[in-house]
Ligand binder design. Structure first.
Ligand SMILES: N[C@@H](CCC(=O)N[C@@H](CS)C(=O)NCC(=O)O)C(=O)O
Length: 199
């Protein structure tokens, strides 16, 4: 058994939350190292690319959230064994990284500049990705994103949709998901209702 720890912000979202959920669901023992935003400058001095999340496995630090997701997904039985289903699972996770990266520069903006940048993202790429995700869900039967069962892709979508709905991202309307891709809210609510999904 590997000795695992996962280092990330103390938030119920972002790039490490799907892996945290997967390890909880799969009863994978790990050290959940959480820190407040204010400590990031200090923490990043000790991470390989000055970024988080970092998975430490038997003392070795590993970066890249989707690599971490695939690894813990396999440990937890939440990653498809079939190659095509694995491809579909990866596609969803990588698409979510793309849209997350579009949001990234807006965190450095303030006031009206942030408002107009986020309005443009909401009406453009975020709507496009939400619509696409809903289509993918429906093409795969309407319940799961791959493999006809819960996978790490479902957890990553769940975390993103919960964040969009939460109001955590200023100027992204909390009604956006419901208005452009309501099936994704149903998907999230289904996951929330299952006892295997935490906090
Ligand atoms: N490609 C990396 C991106 C990681 C990343 O950008 N993490 C953010 C926090 S969610 C970060 O550390 N940002 C600081 C920076 O890049 O300077 C991954 O997939 O994990």
């Amino acid at each position: 058994m590997h000795k695992l720890s996962l280092t990330y912000f103390d938030i119920a979202g972002g790039r490490a939350e799907p892996a945290r959920l997967a390890m909880q669901i799969g009863n994978i023992s790990f050290k959940d190292i959480r820190f407040p935003f204010a400590q990031f400058a200090q923490v990043r001095k000790n991470t390989p690319l000055s970024q988080v999340p970092v998975l430490t496995i038997d003392g070795r630090q590993v970066t890249q959230c989707n690599s971490i997701n695939r690894f813990v997904g396999k440990l937890a039985g939440l990653y498809p064994e079939d190659n095509v289903q694995a491809l579909l699972c990866d596609e969803i996770m990588d698409a979510l990284e793309d849209v997350t990266n579009l949001l990234r520069p807006t965190f450095n903006l303030q006031g009206e500049a942030m408002q107009s940048a986020r309005k443009a993202l909401s009406e453009g790429p975020i709507t496009q990705y939400l619509t696409w995700l809903q289509t993918q869900l429906q093409q795969n039967g309407g319940t799961y994103f791959a493999d006809n069962r819960l996978s790490i892709a479902d957890l990553k979508v769940f975390v993103w949709i919960r964040t969009l709905n939460s109001g955590f991202l200023d100027h992204i309307p909390t009604t956006l998901v419901e208005s452009v891709a309501p099936k994704l809210n149903e998907h999230m609510q289904r996951k929330e209702q299952t006892q295997d999904l935490i906090p």
